[in-house]
Write a protein that binds this ligand. Structure first.
Ligand SMILES: Cc1cc2nc3c(=O)[nH]c(=O)nc-3n(C[C@H](O)[C@H](O)[C@H](O)COP(=O)(O)OP(=O)(O)OC[C@H]3O[C@@H](n4cnc5c(N)ncnc54)[C@H](O)[C@@H]3O)c2cc1C
Length: 355
């Protein structure tokens, strides 16, 4: 029987970062990963400068200067253009880079190790731990085994295509192909990452509909899920981080900043897991809750409502340029309400009418 202070399930970015930070504090850490190699495949990899700084990573492939938002009525709204707003990373390399950092601190990795049983501080009868961290993604077995509660999911799909060089992200709203969510094109400096999320099934058909609008050949198409909603994430000697905890911005599905922030706060408060949960909620809980409220509105939005949003957004692009922040998306909503209180009331009314 192998004995460790901390067992981490999942060698994604968040599991690796958590392993690295805990090993640096002197804990004996093992990471258990079901796959035979490290590196997530289905991710647009669009992150803020904060993520690059936290991970100290050299995996940036492209710098994003702005976004082109497409509405169902054909309206296109361009924002940004003057500076770098976000970065596109090589997600596989990013995860591997963090794992290498963890290994250099003495973390042990067990690949092709699918966690099935957790019983009396033992995993699969062969790994004994004092503390257990579930960093095992959207469908976390740790969350299930320890009854951390349920989250909702959005179905997602992503493929790769090619066009000219680009440094603008494209966002598309429309219920025909992305009901309850949106579609995206993220240029990584070489290829385009083309994907969408949907609250409904039949995602491949929806993806084909979207791709047919683009006139781009798309390959390497893969499905995934995005967790929506936060569950409790600390109990006695067990905690969750990243997608496993639902630490994802419900507006965009982006989870790297929220998850890596959790690694940092967990390590700072270790081994008081209740304090980890409390401190995380203090620092980022409100933002995640506000994103959930915005998601609820978009979840039910009709094309008419999207078109109305397009018209409104066009009225004050300066606001988006000034306050647009992919990690703190509620800030823009707050500033909008401050600057345009009457429009905000009218939007709320439209939401009630069009939903
Ligand atoms: C289509 C799509 C696009 C996205 N785009 C972005 C984006 O642009 N920007 C952004 O910030 N976020 C994005 N996200 C979200 C982001 O990918 C996740 O938030 C992030 O991967 C979470 O990392 P994690 O380490 O918590 O989980 P994961 O990366 O999912 O890692 C979990 C790991 O646990 C392992 N595992 C699971 N179960 C077991 C088990 N029983 N035993 C052993 N190992 C197990 C898995 O194999 C996996 O390696 C996107 C997500 C999707 C689906």
């Amino acid at each position: 029987m192998m004995q460790f202070d901390v067992a981490i399930v999942g060698a994604g970015a968040v599991g690796n970062m958590t392993a690295y930070l805990l090993a640096k504090k002197g804990y004996k850490v093992v990471v258990l990963e079901r796959k035979e190699s490290i590196g997530k495949k289905v991710c647009a990899g669009l992150v803020s400068g904060r993520v690059i700084k936290m991970a100290d990573s050299e995996t940036v492939m492209n710098e994003i200067k702005g976004a082109l938002i497409n509405f169902p009525d054909g309206r296109k709204v361009a924002i940004g253009g003057n500076k770098t707003y976000a970065y596109v990373i090589d997600r596989k390399k990013f995860d591997q880079y963090l794992a290498e950092k963890a290994m250099s601190e003495g973390v042990e990795y067990k690949l092709r190790f699918r966690v099935k049983n957790i019983y009396e501080n033992k995993i699969n009868g062969s790994v004994r731990f004092r503390w257990l961290i579930g960093a095992d993604g959207a469908r976390s077995i740790v969350a299930e085994k320890f009854s951390f509660g349920k989250v909702n999911y959005v179905n997602a799909i992503q493929g790769e295509g090619k066009r000219g060089d680009d440094d603008f992200v494209e966002i598309y709203f429309g219920n025909e192909f992305a009901p309850g969510f949106f579609a995206w094109i993220v240029p990584d400096g070489n290829k385009l990452r083309i994907g969408l999320g949907s609250k409904e099934g039949g995602i491949r058909k929806k993806f084909n509909t979207f791709v047919s609008m683009l006139d781009i050949e798309v390959k390497n198409i893969r499905g995934a899920v995005i967790p929506i909603g936060l569950r409790k994430f600390a109990k006695k000697n067990v905690a969750l981080v990243g997608d496993a905890a639902g630490q994802v911005k419900a507006t965009s599905g982006g989870g790297l900043y929220a998850g890596l922030l959790a690694s940092k706060i967990l390590a700072e408060n270790f081994d008081d897991l209740t304090r980890y949960e409390k401190e995380y909620m203090k620092e980022f809980g409100n933002e995640l809750k506000k994103c959930l409220i915005l998601r609820k509105i978009f979840y039910h939005a009709t094309d008419k409502l999207y078109n109305y949003f397009g018209k409104i957004i066009e009225k004050d692009i300066g606001l988006l340029n000034e306050y647009g922040d992919i990690d703190y998306q509620s800030v823009i909503a707050k500033q909008f309400i401050r600057r345009h209180p009457l429009l905000a009331i009218s939007m709320l009314f439209k939401c009630l009418c069009y939903i």
